[in-house]
Design a protein around this ligand. Structure first.
Ligand SMILES: [Zn+2]
Length: 184
């Protein structure tokens, strides 16, 4: 039997990868979106995800993977089975995100709601008073913005996957519309 000189196919199945040290030949689950697979790019020392397209750099001596195209740059260590989050995120940025989120939730709604309690309208303050409804709407909308800010900062895998799926669906729809117009 002739020896096969071709490069071996990329290993993907879990049993092959299980227990193996991190290397540039195997593929790995993406630690960002947890939907795609991370593998090294051709002729490059970087890796990319097949689903979220994030770019990673590898340090094989430390067995770590670091995402390069987002801030803060998170990194993970391969424990021969799965990725373990290695670094805490940039603490200054994390404080800023939490401070901004708290500010958005507390201050605008308070600025609308508190004057209504301090200076109630003639006839008393009702639950359906304009200022109370306005304060509740402000609280709801600003809370949504704060949640979005936190989810974006922590890049929750479900959120990342959903965002990419929506982007791709929109792109497909655009292509379909473009094709329909070009046929006519
Ligand atoms: Zn990914």
């Amino acid at each position: 039997m002739q020896p096969n000189n071709n490069t071996p196919p990329r290993r993907f199945s879990r049993p092959n990868r299980l227990g193996r040290s991190f290397n540039l030949q195997d593929t790995y689950p993406c630690p960002v979106c947890r939907n795609g697979t991370v593998q090294s790019m051709v002729m490059m020392e970087t890796l990319s995800c097949s689903f979220c397209r994030h770019i990673f750099s590898a340090d094989l001596s430390l067995q770590t993977l670091q995402v390069e195209d987002t801030l803060p740059k998170s990194s993970w260590i391969w424990n021969r089975d799965r990725w373990i989050t290695r670094t805490s995120r940039d603490s200054d940025l994390t404080y800023l995100v939490w401070f901004t989120s708290a500010f958005l939730i507390i201050i605008p709604a308070s600025m609308i709601g508190l004057p209504a309690y301090v200076f109630p309208p003639i006839g008393g303050l009702q639950l359906n008073s304009f200022s109370i409804v306005w304060a509740e709407m402000t609280l709801g909308i600003h809370s949504l913005i704060a949640v979005w800010l936190l989810v974006e900062h922590y890049q929750l895998p479900t959120y990342v996957a959903a965002k990419i799926t929506i982007d791709r669906t929109i792109e497909q729809l655009k292509d379909r519309i473009k094709n329909q117009f070009s046929i006519q």
